[in-house]
Design a protein around this ligand. Structure first.
Ligand code: ADP
Ligand code: MG
Ligand code: MG
Length: 207
């Protein structure tokens, strides 16, 4: 289907983009973590890219679920279960295909799962800081402002970017960066950054 082809293209582009951003993400993680975020994400998305042939006969929900399980199986650390497990759980919302309604449900389920697993509130300098404004903006734009999903998603990507900027001046309260206490201040969170980059690449593919 057209939808499946678009989804597969988005996944392939995200994998290629993560490869391009690998050093940047690792550099961010070297300032406040253990310098592996780019490598972790790259390992995961390379494994995903190797599976795209299997995606041809699958439904969108099953494709996203497979992306999640592949990330869990190939990315260790904090980001693996957060990204992979949340994609896996939220993929159920796409069982009836990707529509404005199911995409909002997917976004909310993904955010809920990340918060469930990681127990990080907004302001702890994690991926939650990019994800929360993005998901809220997407939901509001679709449901209240009645914008087309693509327009709503563009606004969500902007919100995620502002969320990334918000991580710079704050102190990490969760994850490895929290071990640095006040020394984490002034550095951009790697996981918030990868979340934004992935969203931006999906938007580029969809446009
Ligand atoms: P690790 O820290 O285990 O080396 P990564 O470097 O791959 O894993 O990922 C680090 C990113 O994971 C952080 O930048 C942050 O965004 C995210 N993260 C860490 N802990 C949490 C948490 N408890 N909740 C949400 N996100 C988290
Ligand atoms: Mg790390
Ligand atoms: Mg690590």
């Amino acid at each position: 289907s057209v939808q499946r082809e678009a989804l597969i293209a988005a996944i392939e582009n995200v994998a290629a983009r993560i490869e391009e951003e690998k050093s940047y993400l690792t550099e961010l993680d070297s300032a406040i973590g253990d310098a592996d975020h780019g490598n972790n994400m790259h390992r995961g998305f390379q494994a995903v890219a190797e599976k795209t042939d299997d995606f041809e006969g699958m439904s969108p929900g099953d494709i996203v679920k497979t992306v999640g399980t592949t990330i869990i199986g190939n990315v260790g650390g904090a980001a693996g279960p957060l990204y992979g497990g949340s994609l896996m759980t939220a993929s159920q919302e796409l069982d009836d295909g990707i529509t404005a309604e199911t995409s909002v449900a997917f976004a909310e389920a993904y955010l809920d799962k990340v918060k469930d697993r990681g127990d990080a509130p907004v302001g702890a300098k994690t991926m939650v800081d990019a994800l929360t404004p993005a998901v809220h903006t997407y939901k509001k734009s679709v449901e209240q402002d009645d914008l087309a999903p693509l327009t709503a998603f563009a606004k969500a990507v902007d919100a995620a970017e502002r969320g990334v900027e918000f991580t710079v001046p704050i102190k990490a309260l969760k994850g490895r960066a929290s071990f640095l206490d006040w020394r984490s201040v002034g550095h951009q969170d790697p996981g918030a950054t990868s979340t934004y980059i992935i969203m931006e690449e999906i938007l580029k593919t969809a446009e």
